[in-house]
Design a protein around this ligand. Sequence first.
Ligand code: C2O
Ligand code: CU
Length: 435
Amino acid sequence: MNRRDFLMTGSALAVFPRTGFAAAPFLLRAEPVTAQILPLGDGATVMLGFNGSTPGPEMRARQGDTLRVTFENGIDQDSAVHWHGIRLNNAMDGVPGMTQPPVLPGTTFDYAFKVPDAGTYWYHSHNRSWEQVARGLYGPLIIEEDAPPDVDHDITVQIDDWRLSEIGEQVGGYENLHDWSHAGRMGNFARAVFDDSITLRHGDRVRLRLINVATARVFPIEVTGVAGKAVALDGMPLAAPEDIGQITLAPAQRMDIIADVTAQGGVGFVFQTRQGPYDLGIIPVDGTHPAPRQSDIAALAPNRMPPPDVENAISLDLRMEGGAMSSVATREAIWLFNGQSGMSDDPFYIFERGQTARVTVRNDTRFAHGIHLHGHHFHEVQPDGSLGHYRDTTLIGPDETRDILCVFDNPGQWLMHCHMLGHQAAGMKTWFKVL
Ligand code: C2O
Ligand code: CU
């Protein structure tokens, strides 16, 4: 942590255009941008972004809508857009070489897909993602409920870190093998990015949509100045709202909170580092709500999920190996799933459509990993065997083992990979097929 770490303010990178979607096609153009990531007065950073900003515009649609996006590639590398957490039609999943051809520089690709689930999702490049996401190619994708909860403000909070020089240039070396074989590319500067035109009042009820958009860092976060509940994880509503406590978000994970503002000064996002609290940003509070809501914070309406067939679930194993301090890792095969580094011709498994599987995910490495399944959400199985929350990305610590239970009901070819994107690049990925 250096000098700048203590100079942070709550100002956001940009005010995001809030785009109403309905059925209208939307042009999303990847292009070089300049962003004020460091506090004003420090140097600006040359990044990649969408439609002039990084993060890209906040896209909003209503549950059940068909989202139509023309992606235009204005950068000098191939690219493609993945809609993280959306249980969509396989052909629209945005994985070059698997679900679509890469989108060459100067060309376009039309995405059109139905959004079945309400919640907090995001979009990001899925080509050279370890570099393109680190350089800024991501943004929020919010799917609104038919009857959204009654709040004064609905605020998306993207949490990221960047590796910057003293003058604000992004430090290169996206393929640094030391990063890849350890915890990934960590930034030296972190912040929460949100619409900095918002001022809250004491007593306001807010919905906070936290998204960890970092390529590698697991963020332990505390939200200060509010009293409320967690209501959703990875987009999916919790059966009942839960106490917030200390939040841990792996890369790509999300948490929705509904809370009342109790602070007079500001609502803060604090990253709890080993060296102490690090201020990620503050939403100012000014004034008082004349008639604060008295109602309890209720659960969000559930999304329609396929019921798991627990009795007849098949059992599968996914073993993670490799990385620094591992005897099996080599330069060419740093991370492995079940002894295989990188994509194989044969899938991890071919599922009958609708089949339920219990996958025992075992972390035989010295590092944490956030395992993401495309096109599906799954239950984290609790130590007592009960079905825990739905997630699309599960964080598994060193030497930890967790079962996940998933109904594989979305036909197509899907990736399963570590969302520490350097780990993915260095082999921690595979694919499965649903017939
Ligand atoms: Cu969020 Cu395969 O990615
Ligand atoms: Cu990993």
